[in-house]
Design a protein around this ligand. Structure first.
Ligand SMILES: [Zn+2]
Ligand SMILES: [Zn+2]
Length: 285
Protein backbone atom coordinates (compact mmCIF):
# COMPACT_ATOMS: atom_id res chain seq x y z
CA UNK A 1 0.00 0.00 0.00
CA UNK A 2 1.51 3.28 -1.10
CA UNK A 3 -1.23 5.80 -0.43
CA UNK A 4 -4.10 6.11 2.01
CA UNK A 5 -6.44 8.93 1.07
CA UNK A 6 -9.51 10.39 2.65
CA UNK A 7 -10.94 13.37 0.86
CA UNK A 8 -14.38 14.94 0.92
CA UNK A 9 -14.61 18.61 -0.05
CA UNK A 10 -15.50 20.92 2.88
CA UNK A 11 -15.37 18.03 5.42
CA UNK A 12 -11.88 16.52 5.58
CA UNK A 13 -8.86 15.85 3.39
CA UNK A 14 -5.59 14.04 4.13
CA UNK A 15 -3.14 11.92 2.15
CA UNK A 16 -0.68 9.49 3.73
CA UNK A 17 2.31 8.61 1.54
CA UNK A 18 3.67 5.44 3.11
CA UNK A 19 7.11 5.03 1.43
CA UNK A 20 8.31 8.09 3.38
CA UNK A 21 5.63 8.02 6.09
CA UNK A 22 4.68 11.56 5.23
CA UNK A 23 1.26 13.07 5.79
CA UNK A 24 -0.10 15.79 3.51
CA UNK A 25 -2.81 17.78 5.25
CA UNK A 26 -4.59 16.56 8.35
CA UNK A 27 -8.35 16.78 8.04
CA UNK A 28 -10.68 15.60 10.77
CA UNK A 29 -10.46 11.90 11.65
CA UNK A 30 -6.97 11.27 10.31
CA UNK A 31 -5.49 9.75 13.49
CA UNK A 32 -8.61 7.65 14.04
CA UNK A 33 -8.16 6.02 10.63
CA UNK A 34 -4.36 5.71 10.64
CA UNK A 35 -4.24 4.16 14.12
CA UNK A 36 -0.72 2.95 14.95
CA UNK A 37 0.66 4.51 11.77
CA UNK A 38 0.59 7.91 13.53
CA UNK A 39 3.77 6.87 15.34
CA UNK A 40 5.60 6.43 12.04
CA UNK A 41 4.85 9.97 10.91
CA UNK A 42 7.62 12.52 11.46
CA UNK A 43 6.64 15.08 8.82
CA UNK A 44 3.26 16.67 8.18
CA UNK A 45 2.95 19.15 5.30
CA UNK A 46 -0.05 21.47 5.36
CA UNK A 47 -1.29 23.06 2.14
CA UNK A 48 -3.35 25.80 3.80
CA UNK A 49 -5.29 26.61 6.94
CA UNK A 50 -8.91 25.75 6.12
CA UNK A 51 -10.59 23.64 8.80
CA UNK A 52 -11.10 20.61 6.54
CA UNK A 53 -7.30 20.31 6.15
CA UNK A 54 -5.99 20.97 9.67
CA UNK A 55 -8.46 20.05 12.42
CA UNK A 56 -7.18 16.44 12.55
CA UNK A 57 -3.95 17.77 14.05
CA UNK A 58 -5.64 18.21 17.44
CA UNK A 59 -6.19 14.45 17.68
CA UNK A 60 -2.92 13.49 15.97
CA UNK A 61 -0.65 15.48 18.29
CA UNK A 62 -2.48 14.17 21.36
CA UNK A 63 -2.71 10.48 20.41
CA UNK A 64 0.97 10.37 19.48
CA UNK A 65 1.62 11.30 23.11
CA UNK A 66 -0.83 9.03 24.88
CA UNK A 67 -1.42 5.80 22.90
CA UNK A 68 0.80 2.70 22.94
CA UNK A 69 3.71 3.34 20.60
CA UNK A 70 6.94 5.29 20.15
CA UNK A 71 5.87 8.44 21.95
CA UNK A 72 9.33 10.01 21.77
CA UNK A 73 9.77 10.34 18.02
CA UNK A 74 9.91 14.02 17.04
CA UNK A 75 7.19 15.49 14.82
CA UNK A 76 7.48 18.52 12.56
CA UNK A 77 4.48 20.25 11.04
CA UNK A 78 5.30 22.39 8.01
CA UNK A 79 2.94 25.07 6.76
CA UNK A 80 2.89 28.04 4.37
CA UNK A 81 4.85 30.91 5.88
CA UNK A 82 2.57 33.61 7.24
CA UNK A 83 -0.53 31.42 7.50
CA UNK A 84 -2.32 32.87 10.54
CA UNK A 85 -4.98 30.16 10.81
CA UNK A 86 -2.32 27.47 11.18
CA UNK A 87 -0.41 29.59 13.69
CA UNK A 88 -3.52 30.07 15.79
CA UNK A 89 -4.12 26.32 15.85
CA UNK A 90 -0.44 25.82 16.77
CA UNK A 91 -0.94 28.20 19.72
CA UNK A 92 -3.99 26.26 20.89
CA UNK A 93 -2.30 22.87 20.53
CA UNK A 94 0.76 24.20 22.38
CA UNK A 95 -1.36 25.49 25.28
CA UNK A 96 -3.36 22.29 25.61
CA UNK A 97 -0.41 19.86 25.24
CA UNK A 98 2.12 21.28 27.69
CA UNK A 99 3.48 17.84 28.55
CA UNK A 100 4.49 16.18 25.32
CA UNK A 101 6.98 13.28 25.48
CA UNK A 102 8.24 14.16 22.02
CA UNK A 103 9.55 17.29 20.36
CA UNK A 104 6.85 19.05 18.35
CA UNK A 105 8.02 21.72 15.92
CA UNK A 106 6.04 24.04 13.67
CA UNK A 107 8.06 25.17 10.67
CA UNK A 108 6.87 27.80 8.22
CA UNK A 109 7.97 27.13 4.64
CA UNK A 110 8.55 29.28 1.59
CA UNK A 111 8.49 28.23 -2.06
CA UNK A 112 11.51 26.15 -3.06
CA UNK A 113 12.70 25.46 0.50
CA UNK A 114 13.67 21.74 0.51
CA UNK A 115 13.02 19.43 3.48
CA UNK A 116 14.85 16.11 3.57
CA UNK A 117 12.57 13.15 4.29
CA UNK A 118 14.77 10.17 3.39
CA UNK A 119 18.52 9.63 3.53
CA UNK A 120 19.74 6.44 1.91
CA UNK A 121 21.27 5.35 -1.34
CA UNK A 122 18.85 7.71 -3.01
CA UNK A 123 18.05 10.96 -1.25
CA UNK A 124 14.47 12.18 -1.20
CA UNK A 125 13.19 15.56 -0.19
CA UNK A 126 9.95 17.55 -0.21
CA UNK A 127 9.87 20.90 -1.97
CA UNK A 128 6.95 23.35 -1.76
CA UNK A 129 5.48 25.21 -4.71
CA UNK A 130 2.94 28.01 -4.90
CA UNK A 131 -0.75 27.27 -5.39
CA UNK A 132 -3.72 29.60 -5.89
CA UNK A 133 -6.53 29.05 -3.45
CA UNK A 134 -7.59 31.78 -1.04
CA UNK A 135 -6.87 35.47 -1.33
CA UNK A 136 -6.80 35.74 2.46
CA UNK A 137 -4.07 33.24 3.23
CA UNK A 138 -0.97 31.74 1.63
CA UNK A 139 -1.17 28.17 0.30
CA UNK A 140 1.40 25.66 -0.93
CA UNK A 141 1.59 22.40 -2.85
CA UNK A 142 4.42 19.89 -2.41
CA UNK A 143 6.62 17.65 -4.56
CA UNK A 144 8.48 14.61 -3.26
CA UNK A 145 11.69 14.56 -5.26
CA UNK A 146 14.25 11.76 -5.53
CA UNK A 147 17.83 12.35 -6.64
CA UNK A 148 18.65 9.64 -9.16
CA UNK A 149 21.73 8.74 -11.17
CA UNK A 150 22.01 8.03 -14.87
CA UNK A 151 24.77 7.70 -17.45
CA UNK A 152 26.02 10.92 -18.94
CA UNK A 153 24.87 11.42 -22.54
CA UNK A 154 28.39 10.62 -23.87
CA UNK A 155 28.22 7.10 -22.46
CA UNK A 156 24.65 6.17 -23.32
CA UNK A 157 24.31 3.48 -25.97
CA UNK A 158 27.54 1.69 -25.03
CA UNK A 159 27.41 -2.04 -24.30
CA UNK A 160 27.07 -3.22 -20.72
CA UNK A 161 30.57 -4.78 -20.84
CA UNK A 162 32.10 -1.53 -22.07
CA UNK A 163 30.38 0.45 -19.32
CA UNK A 164 31.59 -1.94 -16.61
CA UNK A 165 35.13 -1.62 -17.95
CA UNK A 166 34.89 2.19 -18.03
CA UNK A 167 33.52 2.31 -14.47
CA UNK A 168 36.56 0.31 -13.31
CA UNK A 169 38.92 2.51 -15.26
CA UNK A 170 37.49 5.98 -14.52
CA UNK A 171 35.18 5.52 -11.55
CA UNK A 172 31.39 5.70 -11.38
CA UNK A 173 31.36 9.44 -10.71
CA UNK A 174 33.00 10.23 -14.03
CA UNK A 175 30.36 8.30 -15.98
CA UNK A 176 27.17 9.30 -14.22
CA UNK A 177 25.21 12.42 -13.52
CA UNK A 178 22.41 13.04 -11.04
CA UNK A 179 18.93 14.33 -11.83
CA UNK A 180 15.81 15.08 -9.79
CA UNK A 181 12.75 12.87 -10.37
CA UNK A 182 9.41 13.92 -8.91
CA UNK A 183 7.73 10.89 -7.39
CA UNK A 184 4.62 12.47 -5.96
CA UNK A 185 2.92 15.86 -6.17
CA UNK A 186 0.17 17.16 -3.93
CA UNK A 187 -1.68 20.39 -4.60
CA UNK A 188 -4.18 20.67 -1.74
CA UNK A 189 -7.13 22.88 -2.67
CA UNK A 190 -6.38 25.08 -5.62
CA UNK A 191 -7.18 26.49 -9.00
CA UNK A 192 -5.46 24.36 -11.69
CA UNK A 193 -1.78 23.89 -10.76
CA UNK A 194 0.73 25.36 -13.21
CA UNK A 195 1.97 22.24 -15.07
CA UNK A 196 5.66 23.25 -15.01
CA UNK A 197 5.62 23.12 -11.20
CA UNK A 198 4.89 19.40 -11.24
CA UNK A 199 6.45 18.51 -14.60
CA UNK A 200 6.95 14.78 -15.23
CA UNK A 201 5.86 13.73 -11.78
CA UNK A 202 4.94 10.07 -11.41
CA UNK A 203 1.86 10.54 -9.23
CA UNK A 204 -0.30 13.67 -9.01
CA UNK A 205 -2.97 14.38 -6.39
CA UNK A 206 -5.00 17.22 -7.90
CA UNK A 207 -8.23 18.51 -6.51
CA UNK A 208 -11.39 18.11 -8.61
CA UNK A 209 -14.11 19.66 -6.47
CA UNK A 210 -16.48 19.81 -9.44
CA UNK A 211 -17.03 16.78 -11.67
CA UNK A 212 -19.37 18.78 -13.88
CA UNK A 213 -17.93 22.01 -15.35
CA UNK A 214 -21.36 23.69 -15.12
CA UNK A 215 -21.31 23.48 -11.31
CA UNK A 216 -18.13 25.54 -10.96
CA UNK A 217 -18.31 28.35 -8.40
CA UNK A 218 -15.51 30.90 -8.04
CA UNK A 219 -11.93 30.41 -9.10
CA UNK A 220 -10.32 28.84 -6.06
CA UNK A 221 -11.15 25.22 -6.92
CA UNK A 222 -10.78 23.02 -10.00
CA UNK A 223 -12.97 20.78 -12.14
CA UNK A 224 -12.11 17.20 -13.09
CA UNK A 225 -11.54 18.27 -16.69
CA UNK A 226 -9.04 20.89 -15.50
CA UNK A 227 -7.22 18.35 -13.33
CA UNK A 228 -6.91 16.00 -16.32
CA UNK A 229 -5.63 18.86 -18.48
CA UNK A 230 -3.01 19.81 -15.87
CA UNK A 231 -1.86 16.18 -15.64
CA UNK A 232 -1.65 15.91 -19.43
CA UNK A 233 0.33 19.13 -19.84
CA UNK A 234 2.62 18.22 -16.94
CA UNK A 235 3.36 14.80 -18.45
CA UNK A 236 2.27 12.79 -15.41
CA UNK A 237 3.76 9.32 -15.77
CA UNK A 238 1.60 6.98 -13.67
CA UNK A 239 -1.58 8.14 -11.99
CA UNK A 240 -3.72 11.20 -11.48
CA UNK A 241 -5.69 10.96 -8.23
CA UNK A 242 -8.66 13.33 -8.34
CA UNK A 243 -9.31 14.36 -4.73
CA UNK A 244 -11.52 16.85 -2.88
CA UNK A 245 -14.59 15.79 -4.89
CA UNK A 246 -17.79 17.40 -3.63
CA UNK A 247 -20.13 14.99 -1.85
CA UNK A 248 -22.98 16.14 -4.13
CA UNK A 249 -21.50 13.66 -6.66
CA UNK A 250 -21.54 10.70 -4.25
CA UNK A 251 -23.88 8.68 -6.48
CA UNK A 252 -22.14 9.62 -9.73
CA UNK A 253 -18.50 8.91 -8.90
CA UNK A 254 -18.51 5.28 -10.10
CA UNK A 255 -19.94 6.25 -13.48
CA UNK A 256 -17.60 9.26 -13.80
CA UNK A 257 -14.68 6.94 -13.00
CA UNK A 258 -15.60 4.66 -15.91
CA UNK A 259 -16.03 7.60 -18.27
CA UNK A 260 -12.71 9.17 -17.25
CA UNK A 261 -10.81 5.93 -17.72
CA UNK A 262 -12.27 5.22 -21.14
CA UNK A 263 -11.60 8.82 -22.21
CA UNK A 264 -7.99 8.39 -21.04
CA UNK A 265 -7.65 5.25 -23.19
CA UNK A 266 -9.29 6.87 -26.19
CA UNK A 267 -6.96 9.86 -25.97
CA UNK A 268 -3.94 7.66 -25.36
CA UNK A 269 -3.05 9.37 -22.09
CA UNK A 270 0.05 7.84 -20.50
CA UNK A 271 -1.44 7.89 -16.99
CA UNK A 272 -4.38 6.33 -15.14
CA UNK A 273 -7.15 8.47 -13.71
CA UNK A 274 -8.40 7.51 -10.27
CA UNK A 275 -11.31 9.41 -8.74
CA UNK A 276 -11.17 9.31 -4.94
CA UNK A 277 -14.82 8.87 -3.85
CA UNK A 278 -15.83 11.45 -1.23
CA UNK A 279 -16.34 10.01 2.24
CA UNK A 280 -14.47 6.73 1.63
CA UNK A 281 -11.16 5.64 3.10
CA UNK A 282 -9.15 4.60 0.05
CA UNK A 283 -5.97 2.52 -0.09
CA UNK A 284 -3.95 2.40 -3.28
CA UNK A 285 -0.87 0.39 -4.31
ZN1 LIG B 1 -10.70 21.78 1.31
ZN1 LIG C 1 -9.52 25.18 1.22
Amino acid sequence: MKLIIYSKALYATWVYYSPDRVLFDAGEGVSNVLGNKVFAIQHVFLSHGHADHITGLVGLVNIRNTAMGDTEKPLTIYYPRGNRRVEELADYIGRTNSRLHYQLRWQPLSVGQPIGVFEGQLTRYVEPFLTQHSRREPSLGYNIIEIRQRLKADYQGLSQAKIVALVQERGRQELTTTYPQKLFSYGGDSAPIEPEKIAETEILCHEATFLDDRDREGKNHSTLAEAVEVATRAGVKQTLYAIHISSRYRQQVARAQGQAQSAAQRLGLPFQIQLVPPGKICRYE
